[in-house]
Write a new protein. Structure first.
Length: 251
């Protein structure tokens, strides 16, 4: 057990990469064998990502006299749940936040639904972003954001992005392209990128920074993937490093 807390092991995690299946296994072992609730892992992930986003927001707005915000676009899964946690921590730090929900609110469940409810109680603005009409209505607000956070699709994605999420991703890329100072930060993996192959889909977020959890993903190292991930930062979510080592050894 002591070996799990060895700082050298955590340093080694910066040099490895996981497949989506391995990343899922790390989460499952942390939850089932170590008794760490999934919502705790989500909290750690969102808090760590928020710290990086705070720095990017400050650098992006240092010379601005306006009062820009961080726009966080959330999907319905755990990736969206991470986004809700990020929103809470940014709001607690007095950073203006707008949430854009890229799904029907009634489809939220589990830890993601819990964190969405918490964000709502903090009066964080929540805008529907799940139909072509809603996207057109809310896009002007998205355009004003100094930083756009992509929390739509996570490591579980593979294949083709279905409507309306293809339009959501297009809106993120289009609005971010309107200004050199407008930044996109992807959470865990840019939406639409296959984290195993590193291949983009029919609609893929082009991030200038990706905050990924536990370890980098194998697809990030494939040719061309960096065009979508930008610089990759790995955030610890509180899963003992020994889990990662055991998962790598077993495969």
């Amino acid at each position: 057990m002591c070996a799990d807390n060895d700082p050298m092991m955590r340093d080694e995690l910066d040099n490895i990469a996981l497949t989506r299946e391995q990343a899922r296994r790390v989460d499952r072992i942390a939850i089932e064998d170590y008794g760490i609730p999934g919502i705790v892992l989500m909290e750690n992930a969102g808090r760590g990502a928020a710290q990086i986003i705070r720095k990017r927001f400050k650098s992006a707005t240092a010379a601005s006299r306006a009062k820009p915000c961080v726009a966080i676009v959330c999907g319905r899964g755990n990736n969206g749940g991470d986004g809700f946690v990020i929103a809470r921590h940014l709001a607690n730090a007095r950073i203006p936040v707008d949430l854009f929900l890229a799904c029907d609110p009634t489809r939220l469940s589990g830890d993601a639904a819990v964190n969405c409810e918490i964000a709502a109680k903090l009066d964080i603005t929540l805008r529907l972003f799940n139909t072509p009409q809603h996207i057109n209505i809310s896009a002007p607000r998205l355009a004003k954001a100094a930083v756009i956070v992509d929390a739509v699709l996570g490591t579980g994605f593979a294949g083709t992005v279905r409507p309306p999420l293809d339009l959501v991703i297009q809106a993120i890329n289009q609005r971010a392209a309107t200004s050199a100072k407008r930044k996109i930060i992807a959470i865990d993996v840019p939406s639409g990128l296959d984290c195993n192959t590193g291949r983009p889909s029919n609609a893929t977020v082009r991030a200038d920074k990706t905050v990924t959890f536990v370890a980098a993903k194998v697809g990030f190292r494939q040719p061309g993937a960096s065009d979508y991930t930008g610089k990759v930062h790995v955030v610890d979510i509180g899963a003992p490093p020994g889990i990662v080592q055991s998962v790598l050894t077993a495969t």
